[in-house]
Design a protein around this ligand. Structure first.
Ligand SMILES: Nc1ncnc2c1ncn2[C@@H]1O[C@H](COP(=O)(O)OP(=O)(O)OP(=O)(O)O)[C@@H](O)[C@H]1O
Ligand SMILES: Nc1ncnc2c1ncn2[C@@H]1O[C@H](COP(=O)(O)OP(=O)(O)OP(=O)(O)O)[C@@H](O)[C@H]1O
Ligand SMILES: [Mg+2]
Ligand SMILES: [Mg+2]
Lengths: 162, 165, 165, 162
């Protein structure tokens, strides 16, 4: 199973529709400070069902919706879609291609979709089980924490890998 | 289960040893269970020694040496339990040029099992990629992207992205 | 004393506003007392807004934006209470090329009051120095140093030190 | 008052006598990972009287003495000397040039000197009061902590500056 594309709109600094196409090789993301690189990593976590806003550097739903700037008004919702090739059936769904979509409104309401059918968060969590949440997005902070942790805390990483 | 934990631990420990030596171009490191008779509660200790140096507490390691040791552990976990895809957000930031080089070579060996998306400021890492997305901030404070297939690259400065070398 | 604290706070707040705008080439930032009527126990809040963006919690800032904001605070404290000398150990690590440029220009304005020793991997910062010490590790794991006066520099790679650009 | 030179011997990776001369401009220190750059910053803190080994990334006196390598035996002591021009009299001592020296043995014994006369740690602390310990060595970690701290914790920086 592999990642094919990521589509974001209204998510943090990605106010307009933006699409990333991924192939099987290594993809590098580069750019100046504050341009939006880590926001892409946040979008991936978010669309896969992340519920802890602290992990996304925010506190509530509104924090991930484009807040507007001096030249552009705020958006009413944030949306992201991630598409996987599932020919090897690793994701527990009967589709060769799986698209997971999440949309959030300023009211705090969140909607989830799998291949355009509306589902519950529970279905997203089940569908994404093969994607170990622990190793999907790794930041500099997590990598250093793995070293500074106490031996008893570190076992968590191994339990996830087991 | 405890049997699973034990099998996983042994595999990760072996890979950690291997990746450490690859990334440091020498030296040695081990993972040690603090309570081998109590698998349900044991912690995991890291003992490491860069090439030519005496074994020392991780605390005395330099910033870059710590980052590289952590990457070795991370790669060991990914080798034993590959994630289909993995986003690395500036994990190579503290590495010098030669360490970035070994980081990339090692990343390539894992890249056939795991699809990597690497956010980086390091030119060496960018050179290891097949596709590059340049992200920039417009004057309207909206992110814009531009993609490059590596075979088309002549001058990185083209799309104005920051590149440290 | 409370009067001293209040005077210092006002001066640092003013300098912080100024340095933030210099380092970010725009934008605005303020230091705010959480309990202005209780100087003995008040905390100090940071509110900041990069150029063109809406005021947001510091948590949403990028890694480089946080580093630059912290540097603005640090420079403000040094401006109000200059230390005779100051060692900066890789505080510019997360900054992109244009931010490193502004970091160095601002550093220079403080350098007449404070003698700076800057440990860095950034070529831009190295270019702001008058003297460079290259440190390398011998095969006997002992540190060796080599000094360069900047007017003698032709090619940094000469002494084998790692330089990111 | 300004810093003129730093001399280290047996301190961490600086096994042999090493001297740094500083002038009034900005000095840059560069080099590969693990070459010894942060060790220089540690030496400066240490010679000025730092007692907390955790700040020097160690736990006891022995941790700052060259431990030996596969090609060179361990040293018996660590020593550092820092020299200041004191023509403006900022340091409360009657010398135009002040050299502070610290030597530590594997036994844990520490010796302190000012201009070659043996003194107590107390004298070093008094002599270095004008050097604000808070801002003498600043690391990436401290800089980020200043932002992540709670507002009440942050006031400490201002009290030191006041
Ligand atoms: N909801 C939002 N609306 C508008 N802007 C936002 C929103 N959330 C975050 N931002 C902005 O996103 C920016 C951070 O982007 P990001 O963390 O992706 O940067 P980066 O490219 O990773 O930079 P660095 O190289 O410094 O790590 C901040 O300037 C922040 O103000
Ligand atoms: N007492 C000691 N004896 C010998 N080596 C030591 C001693 N204490 C620390 N070291 C070594 O010093 C090295 C760390 O050096 P230092 O922190 O100065 O590196 P650095 O140049 O700052 O690197 P980086 O760019 O990664 O931050 C480690 O490899 C450590 O093993
Ligand atoms: Mg980032
Ligand atoms: Mg260092």
């Amino acid at each position: 199973m592999y990642l094919k594309r990521l589509h974001v709109q209204g998510f943090k600094t990605f106010a307009q529709k933006t699409e990333f196409l991924y192939d099987s090789g290594v993809t590098a993301i580069v750019g100046p400070n504050g341009s939006g690189k880590s926001n892409i990593a946040d979008a991936i976590r978010w669309v896969l069902g992340e519920q802890r806003y602290s992990v996304l550097r925010g506190r509530k739903t509104e924090d991930v919706i484009f807040a507007g700037s001096s030249l552009k008004p705020a958006m009413g919702f944030a949306e992201a879609s991630i598409t996987f090739d599932n020919a090897d059936g690793k994701l527990p769904l009967n589709f060769n291609e799986v698209t997971i979509t999440r949309r959030a409104y300023r009211s705090g309401e969140n909607e989830y979709y799998i291949n355009k059918s509306r589902v519950r968060l529970k279905d997203i969590t089940e569908a994404t089980l093969p994607l170990s949440q622990t190793y999907t997005v790794i930041t500099q902070g997590m990598v250093d924490a793995a070293l500074s942790q106490k031996p008893e805390e570190r076992r968590g990483l191994f339990e996830d890998a087991a | 289960t405890q049997a699973q934990f034990s099998v996983t631990f042994d595999k990760v420990a072996e890979e950690f040893k291997r990746f450490f030596a690859l990334l440091f171009n020498g030296g040695s490191a081990r993972l040690v269970l603090t309570q081998p008779d109590n698998l349900a509660q044991t912690g995991i200790e890291i003992l490491a020694q860069p090439p030519g140096k005496k074994p020392q507490s991780l605390a005395l390691f330099s910033g870059g040496e710590r980052a590289l040791t952590a990457v070795a552990l991370l790669f060991a976990l990914l080798e034993v339990n590959p994630s289909p895809f993995c986003v690395l957000d500036e994990v190579d930031a503290a590495l010098d040029e030669s360490n970035v080089g070994r980081f990339c070579e090692t990343l390539r060996t894992l890249a056939h099992k795991t699809q990597f998306i690497v956010i980086t400021h390091n030119r060496g890492t960018i050179e290891a990629a097949r596709t590059i997305y340049g992200v920039s901030m417009g004057s309207d404070s909206v992110s814009k992207i531009m993609s490059l297939r590596v075979d088309e690259v002549t001058d990185f400065k083209v799309h104005g992205s920051k590149l440290k070398r």
